[in-house]
Design a protein around this ligand. Sequence first.
Ligand code: ATP
Ligand code: MG
Length: 393
Amino acid sequence: MAAAAASVGHSSKGGGGRIHRLEVENFKSYKGTQTIGPFFDFTAIIGPNGAGKSNLMDAISFVLGVRSAHLRGAQLKDLIYALDDRDKEAKGRRASVRLVYNLPGTGGELHFTRTITGAGGSEYRIDGRLVTWDDYNAKLRSLGILVKARNFLVFQGDVESIASKNPKELTALLEQIAGSDELRREYDELEEQKTSAEEKSALVYQEKRTIVMERKQKKAQKEEAEKHLRLQQDLKLLKTEHLLWQLYSIEKDMEKIEAELEDDRRSLQQAREDNQSSDNGLAAKRKEQSAFLKKITLCEKSMSKKKVDIDKKQPELLRLKEQISRLKSKIKSCNKEIDKKKDDNNKHLEEMKRLQSALADVTSAIEELNEQGQDKGVKLQLADDQVQEYHRM
Ligand code: ATP
Ligand code: MG
C-alpha cells in the first residue's frame, strides 16, 4: 500500500484556499461520476495496491492541466475509464474531472473542470464557463498554482527521487517549484537584453571616451597649432631680425674685406714686382744653371772617359798591385836577409876582432920568434896548413 499527498492553495499568493472535493467522471479507474472529498487540512487516502490512490493524484494533476505524459498515459484517451479493450474501442467516450476549490475568506467555491472530449482533446471550464487554456492557467496562477512548476503535488517516488538528486538537479527542482524556472526564458531574454544593453552601453561609453579623448586631442592639437602659429610668427620676426643682423654684419665684413682686398692688391702688386725681379734673377740663374749643366755634362763626359780609362787600366793596376805585394814580401824577406847579414856581419866583425887580436898575438909571437931566430940564426919553419891559416887570417 502506498500513500499520495496533495496540497493546493497553501501558498501566500493563494491566501489559504484549498481543494474542497473532486468530482470525477469516467477518469481512469473511477467509473461513472464519483465525488471524492471533502478534503481537510490533512487528509490521508489509503487503500490496497491498485485501489486508485495514484489515480486520484492523476485526477488532481489532470484537472490542473498537467499533460497526459505526466499522468502515466501515452494519450488523453488512455485516461478515460475502460474496463476492457472493447470499452476502449467504443466511440464518443468522455471523461472529466471537476475540482471544487474553496475560496479563502468568502467561503465561495470556484469550479475548475477539464474534460476529455470524444475527439480526444481537452476542454477547460471555470465555473462551467468554457475558457481557453491560457485563461484557465492564469486563474490557477492567481491562486498560486503553477502547473508547470508542479509545486503542489508530491507523487509516489518523488521523495526518493529528490533524495537521490545532486545539488545541481536539486537546484533545478527548487527553481521549478519556486516558479523561477518559469521566469528562466524571460530572465535569459532579459539577461541577453541586459548583456546587449551593457555591450551597447560599453560601446557608447567607449565611443564617448573616444570622443572625449578625440576632443581632448583636438583641443591639444588646436592649442599646439595656435602655439605653432605664434611661434612661427615669432620665428618670422626673429628670422627677419637675424637676416637684418646678417645683412649688417655682411656689410661690415664687406667693408673689412674690401680694405683687406686693397691691402692684398697692394701686396699682390708688390709680390708681382718681386716676382718680376725674381724672374729676372731666375733667368740669370737659369743661364748660370745651363752653363753649370754644360760643365756638368762635360765633367760627366770626362768622368766617363776617365772611368773608361780606369777600367782599361784596371788589369794593369791589378797586375801592379800584385807586383807591389810581391815586391813588399820580397822587401820583407830582403829586410830579414839584411838583418841576418847584419847579424852575420856583427859576428864576423867580432870574429875579425878576435882574429885580429889573435893575429896580433901571432904576429907578436912571430916577431918574437923571428927575433929569437935572428938571434939564433934559425928560421921558423911552418907546416903547410899553418901557413894557409896564417894567410886566411
Ligand atoms: P499502489 O498502492 O500500488 O500505488 P494505487 O492505489 O496507487 O496502487 P492506482 O495506480 O491508482 O493504484 O490504480 C491502478 C489501477 O487503475 C489499476 O488496477 C489499473 O487497472 C486501473 N486503471 C488505470 N487506468 C484505467 C482506465 N483507463 N480504466 C480502468 N481502470 C484503469
Ligand atoms: Mg500508487
